[in-house]
Every structure is written in structure tokens, then in C-alpha cells.
Design a binder for this molecule. Sequence first.
Ligand SMILES: [Fe+2]
Ligand SMILES: [Fe+2]
Length: 265
Amino acid sequence: MKIIHLSDTHIYTKILYNIDAQDRFRLALNHIKNNHSDADYFMITGDLTNFGDNESYEIFINILSKATLPNHLYPKLIIGNHDNRINFKNNFPNIKIDVNGFVQYVERDDDKIFIFLDTNLEGTDAGHLCNKRLQWLKDTLEIEHKNKIYIFMHHNPLATGHIESDNLGLVQREDLKNILLKYQNCIKHIFFGHQHITCSGKYLGITFSSPRSTWSPLVPNFLNRFRLGTANTDPNYNIILLEEDSLIVHSEDFLKTDVNWFTDN
Ligand SMILES: [Fe+2]
Ligand SMILES: [Fe+2]
């Protein structure tokens, strides 16, 4: 199975910080079309827009439709701190929601279960999983724990660098940690975005990965003095190759398209 994991498109009507989010989203989709039309799934983990306004969602939808990806690669979406849940739901009326109206849902592929979480709380950039959302996750895991679980969320569930520089991460880290510990044997991977950094590792015995933003790539901080920084690095998205006995995460620097393939095999 091949999964495309892209994040943090930050679409807006205007260019922000001298980086054209619309253009970069177009280039990323074009790269996907040219290289990964054979993928099974396409997931975008939030911060689809920069301000959550309707016009930006319309632009996002328009760019997506013009990319003419194969139908089965219409992306599975969740929201991030930069999104607006009401506007998102109005623009994506077919998106599944949970009993409480949060953008949380399950997708099933044989014995693989993809769980999508909603960590948005209006008025803050930090991630939140309130008691209702945590309960939905617990209930879902209780039903599905005999399958292989893959979790998709916008915010990082753990500090990816110094804990003091992670004030925009998930606030209810401990609550989520307790749930993850209980189901660590069936949860196979956690996918997230938000920090705009390429990052991977293992947490509570569960592997995780995040791509940079397609809009503004950031560089990680290893001290408590800074949260993150900007640099002249590339944006990217991730390609996950999933087999019965392995999970491989590749990063695609989609702005670099001048490739010379070896032909001597
Ligand atoms: Fe973001
Ligand atoms: Fe974010």
C-alpha cells in the first residue's frame, strides 16, 4: 500500500511571507500526479488554509479539482489550528464527522483502520483533544483494537524538540499518552503535521512521522531558546510504503523535478 501524506498547505487569497502557498500546492499536486498516481490513499493533515475563510477553502477546492488526480486520490482531510471548523464543514459537506460534530472519522481498508482526529480549538494555535474527542477515540479504539490502527492528526502528540519550546503542541499530551499506552500494540503509526518540519521517530513503542508544509518549511530547534526557524530549505510531502512487515517513510522535495534516473539495470 502506498499513502501520500501532505500537510499544512496554508492556502490564502494573498501571498504571505513572500511564499506563494497556492502555487506550491499546485506544484505538489502536479508532482503527485506525475509520480504517485498509483498511490492508494492521499491524506492532508490540516492547516489547509491560513485563516479559515471561505474564499481560501474555495481556492483550495479549485486547485485540487484542476489537478485532476485519479478519483480515488481525492484527499482525506482533517483540520488544523489555522482552519475554521464551521467554514470547513460548509465547504466539505461530504466529510464525515463524529457524534459531537468534530471532524473525526474512521476509514477502513481490510484490516487497516485509519483514524482521523480533530485537534482544533478556536482562538488558540495549540492542539486540543477535549474530553468528548478523547472519549470518541477511546470508544473507536475499543471497537477496532483487533485491527491495525493508523492515526492521523494535525498537532504533534509529543514535543519534537525541547519541551519548553513546544507551547503550540497538543495540550492534553498526558491524556492521549494514557490512551496510546493502552492500545500501543495495535496502533502502528501516528501521522501529524503542524510543526512544518520533517520528523520521524518512536513514541511509546509507536512510530510516527511528519512532513514539512507544502507552503513554508521550517527548521527544528534543539534548545529551549527558540520554537522553530525559517530557512531556505525545501517544502515537501511524504510517501509511505506500507507492507505486512514494514512501514517506510520517504520525503519528496517536490520543487526539485530535474531528476536523472539511472538506466543501467
Ligand atoms: Fe501549519
Ligand atoms: Fe498548525
